[in-house]
Design a protein around this ligand. Structure first.
Ligand SMILES: O=C(COP(=O)(O)O)[C@@H](O)[C@H](O)[C@H](O)COP(=O)(O)O
Length: 281
């Protein structure tokens, strides 16, 4: 028989994924991590209740937020969607070299009290502060697993040595390394960068050895079809979906865009076809 906790981890993880094993998750930690200027393109979305209501209506599978935003807008998250609460972050206000550390800003108990279905933390693999973030992740994961909660790792290679050795943090060799390190540290879901091609992203998925790998959205693309194409490549590479923030909340009318993303992720529709069906082109 399974330990009780294993059942909890599996059940909660399923709240994010549809039967196809894929998910579209809305990310909204930007007010803290990038600053409220990220919301300026569509200022009404600075209010989490407004944007969360829209993304729920459009059909996202889950949301990711920091604890205080869950307190403000958690009631808007429908009970049949996954709620991911992230317990580490950093502001953009720190001195640059200290931005290679994410600090813990909440505790597993807080996430449990707020009704989390999964608990997330970032590790900047290769950062001078890697040791601190590894420990944070280990402590969060150990306690969360004990209580039956899955853990999500934002596995981001980042730091001066990576730049020196690989030229950029999106080099597939380091993204793949980060994904592997996430799997080896007990992550139940991994969020990471796009590596630039289907072939290289497929290697990242392989390196994660069965732990679902989701794309971290990135900056908004002017042409919505370009982002749909990117997500299409992720799915073709064996990725399990995407965690998307700016490409959703920086659009004046995010609902048809989300519906098009759902068509690509869950119905295997080609990007142009999905965009046409939702009136984006
Ligand atoms: O991971 C984050 C920031 O990463 P960054 O330091 O900007 O590379 C999160 O703030 C976001 O949740 C994540 O980037 C997803 O949001 P978008 O990139 O799609 O806006």
């Amino acid at each position: 028989m399974d330990a009780y906790q294993s059942v909890g981890v599996r059940r909660r993880l399923k709240r994010f994924f549809r039967r196809d094993g894929r998910a579209l998750i809305f990310a909204m930690d930007h007010g803290f991590e990038h600053g409220p200027t990220d919301f300026e393109p569509v200022w009404e979305h600075v209010n989490p209740r407004v944007i969360v209501r829209k993304v729920m209506r459009a059909g996202v599978d889950g949301v990711m937020m920091l604890p205080g935003i869950v307190r403000m807008a958690g009631d808007e998250v429908k009970p049949d969607r996954g709620l991911m609460i992230k317990l580490t972050s950093k502001t953009n206000l720190r001195p640059k070299d200290e931005q290679l550390l994410q600090s813990q800003l909440g505790f597993v108990e807080d996430a449990v009290k707020l009704g989390a279905d999964a608990i997330a933390a970032t590790v900047y693999w290769g950062s001078p502060a890697e040791d601190v973030m590894m420990r944070q992740f280990a402590e969060i994961a150990s306690y969360a697993h004990d209580l039956g909660f899955p853990v999500v790792q934002f596995a981001y290679p980042r730091g001066p040595y990576i730049n020196e050795k690989y030229g950029k943090k999106e080099d597939y060799r380091v993204v793949m390394y980060g994904a592997r390190a996430a799997a080896e540290t007990g992550a139940d879901m991994i969020k990471t960068y796009w590596t630039g091609s289907r072939e290289t992203f497929a290697k990242v998925v392989d390196a994660a050895a069965g732990v679902p790998v989701l794309l971290s959205g990135g900056a908004k693309t002017e042409n919505p079809v370009d982002f749909l194409k990117l997500v299409w490549e992720v799915i073709e590479a064996g990725g399990s979906g995407a965690v998307v923030g700016r490409n959703i909340f920086q659009r004046e009318n995010p609902e048809p865009f989300i519906k098009a993303l759902i068509r690509v992720i869950h119905r295997n529709e080609e990007p142009e076809e999905a965009a046409k069906a939702e009136g984006l082109i």
